[in-house]
Design a protein around this ligand. Structure first.
Ligand code: SAM
Length: 171
């Protein structure tokens, strides 16, 4: 099971970004999305998408993120531009594919103890960019592209891909 934890969500400023982190997590192979804090908006938006577009993905809030992180039974991976390059650690990380994996991503500055608690600090390039981009690339590499074959069961909306135009079935 892959869980993505979004640390540092700021209710007014980050609504859209945090929602996009959740949607990226859902599409690219994660199973669960945790938003730190009390803002229900991104959690409800992501769960509404799952309700319409299918699958078992769950979004939820957590207040005490530190205890969640400390007590997580599995491998904790912190995505940060200060970490080891993804290409150097991806083979090792893939040996944990069958275990519970927590992917920790920030918004603004991440407290120093996160770097100590997580088993891995991983950089998607050692340049500052975006948590959305970092998560998408990480999940693509970690799942070996298998997210593309993922089935979203009980979907009420299913796109019928075609060369031009928009075709969708509703159930
Ligand atoms: N200077 C900040 C820091 O402390 O890492 C960057 C904040 S950035 C706007 C928000 C989040 O995006 C970071 O906490 C990290 O999870 C992710 N991120 C940004 N650049 C990254 C990179 N090159 N590799 C991995 N994650 C990155």
């Amino acid at each position: 099971m892959i869980t993505v934890l979004r640390y540092g969500h700021r209710a007014v400023r980050d609504k859209r970004t945090t929602t996009h982190v959740g949607l990226v997590a859902r599409t690219f192979g994660a199973d669960r999305f945790i938003v730190v804090g009390s803002d229900s908006v991104p959690v409800n938006t992501v769960n509404n998408v799952t309700e319409r577009w299918g699958g078992d993905f769950k979004a939820e809030k957590v207040k005490d993120w530190r205890s969640f992180l400390k007590n997580f039974k599995g491998i904790r991976i912190h995505l940060t531009m200060y970490g080891k390059p993804l290409s150097e650690v991806i083979e090792k990380l893939q040996t944990y594919k069958k275990e519970d994996v927590l992917i920790f991503i920030g918004a603004e500055k991440v407290p120093a103890d996160v770097y100590e608690t997580c088993e891995f600090n991983v950089a998607v390039g050692n340049q500052p960019h975006s948590e959305i981009a970092a998560l998408a690339i990480f999940l693509d590499r970690f799942t070996g592209g298998k997210w593309e074959k993922k089935k979203f069961k009980d979907a009420k909306l299913v796109i019928k891909p075609q060369e031009r135009g928009k075709k969708m079935e509703s159930f």
